[in-house]
Design a protein around this ligand. Structure first.
Ligand SMILES: C[S@@+](CC[C@H](N)C(=O)[O-])C[C@H]1O[C@@H](n2cnc3c(N)ncnc32)[C@H](O)[C@@H]1O
Length: 153
């Protein structure tokens, strides 16, 4: 049976294809008052671009090697090791995130579409950000072909 609460989420999902589009969302979606979580930050290249426009950003990645390099290269930004599927660990970062950016390897093919939908829904439900911006060509394609049906519309 449908749970009505699941339809009350206000989070917007923004699907982009490729890193150029992923980064192009920053001027449109990141505001000065935002606290942003980036998941899959690698060496922090996008995290820096986000940092220039928001109050605070935390860059996270499953790879300790990436995080250590990001910390060395960008000492003014907070970077933490985080497995995207461990949403309790994301909560434990202790921030009230208003935007979540996700760019994770392994999520690019169409076969991973269900994983992508589960992941963005999980972050929307638990962290309740205003928006989740994700690099996923599969989700972008799917979203572009969805129609929210309205009677007579
Ligand atoms: C394409 S790179 C990210 C590039 C970066 N966002 C940028 O714009 O420069 C993908 C990253 O996803 C990370 N990753 C893969 N699986 C992950 C997971 N389960 N949780 C967090 N990060 C993950 C990889 O370690 C890798 O650094």
């Amino acid at each position: 049976m449908a749970n009505e609460k699941q339809f009350r989420l206000k989070t917007r999902f923004v699907a982009t294809r490729g890193v150029k589009e992923y980064r192009a969302t920053i001027p449109e979606w990141v505001r000065a008052e935002d606290v942003v979580l980036e998941i899959g930050c690698e060496w922090g290249t996008t995290t820096v671009l986000i940092a220039e426009r928001c109050k605070r950003v935390i860059g996270t990645d499953i790879s300790l090697e990436c995080i250590e390099r990001a910390r060395r290269t960008h000492p003014g930004i907070r970077f933490e090791v985080l497995d995207a599927f461990d949403v309790r660990a994301a909560l434990a970062l202790g921030e009230d995130f208003s935007k979540v950016y996700i760019d994770m390897s392994g999520l690019s093919g169409y076969r991973s579409l269900l994983d992508v939908i589960s992941l963005v829904t999980m972050y929307a439900t638990v962290l309740r950000p205003e928006a989740v911006i994700i690099k996923s060509g599969a989700l972008k394609h799917f979203a572009a072909h969805c129609v929210a049906w309205r009677p007579g519309g």
